[in-house]
Design a protein around this ligand. Structure first.
Ligand SMILES: [Fe+2]
Length: 280
């Protein structure tokens, strides 16, 4: 089984296409200014890069794509619709695409529920955590750690208690499959330390405790750096895809899962195409 992990693709649309009513939120106003001044340049080629990722899927015979959220910049309806269209090339591999929202997709309260509506055809029915049993050897458990953050200075996440309480029985039900637990927020930074309180996953330790004995891997995004890190006492390794489309920082992981376990290869973007690094 070959699994491609991408994240934080941040597709945007022209400001003229965004609804005027959405600008009532100070957080979105500031986010809009940041988008105009900095982000638009960095993510200018996001849609084209998603098309190239479709080519990578074909070249590498990818069976399943996992995206750990942040499809948009400001969580507006036109952005989510543009992103859903742009990721179409990633939904065509054998087992399709499994995903979670990112904090930018539920940016402020008016965006709540929008991701589930527009990406609904890619989501398993029922509440989070959503389970995709891929085959007899692999499963994905998608945990939603996002919440709107109306305060401009805060972009932290928290997994609702009900999801954490459900996790032990969900994981136990998957038998001896290799399990990818996926969420947007980073339980740990590359240094092994938790992210800061205003940017990180506030109940990261609860997630790590629930996954401590798991045969699998924890995949996330949010931090725009590609890294892998182990946490003492936690069996599954953590993998951050970083941002797969941010100019100069593009990252991804390609996983091969077999009876032996997991082999991970980091990918980057060079010379106008995505490439896998040698060594893993
Ligand atoms: Fe992001």
């Amino acid at each position: 089984m070959r699994v491609l992990h991408v994240s934080d693709v941040h597709v945007d649309v022209p400001f003229a296409d965004m609804p005027v009513t959405g600008w009532a939120s100070p957080k979105r106003l500031l986010g809009g200014a940041n988008l105009a001044l900095r982000r638009k340049r960095r993510f200018r080629d996001a849609v084209e890069k998603l098309r190239l990722l479709g080519d990578l899927c074909d070249e590498q015979r990818v069976d399943l794509v996992i995206c750990t959220g942040d499809y948009t910049a400001l969580g507006t309806e036109p952005e989510l619709r543009a992103a859903r269209a742009a990721i179409e090339p990633l939904t065509r591999c054998r087992f399709g695409l499994v995903t979670v929202p990112g904090n930018h997709d539920v940016y402020v309260p008016d965006a709540v529920g929008r991701f589930e509506r527009i990406f609904g055809d890619l989501l398993e029915p029922g509440p989070w955590p959503k389970v995709r049993i891929v085959d007899d050897s692999v499963a994905v458990v998608a945990v939603d750690s996002t919440r709107p953050n109306p305060q401009p200075w805060r972009s932290s996440g928290r997994i609702p208690d009900a999801q954490l309480e459900a996790l032990p029985s969900v994981l136990a039900s998957l038998g001896d499959r290799f399990v990818f637990v996926i969420t947007h927020y980073a339980p740990r930074l590359a240094s092994g330390r938790p992210d800061r309180f205003t940017h990180g996953l506030v109940n990261a330790d609860h997630l790590l405790a629930a996954c401590a004995g798991l045969r699998g891997a924890i995949l996330h995004g949010h931090v725009h750096r590609t890294y892998r890190v182990r946490v003492e006492g936690v069996m599954p390794e953590l993998f951050c895809a970083g941002s797969t489309t941010e100019k100069g920082r593009e990252g991804l992981w390609l996983f091969e899962v077999d009876g032996e376990g997991l082999r991970a290869t980091q990918g980057s973007f060079e010379g106008g195409r995505y490439r896998l690094r040698s060594g893993s």
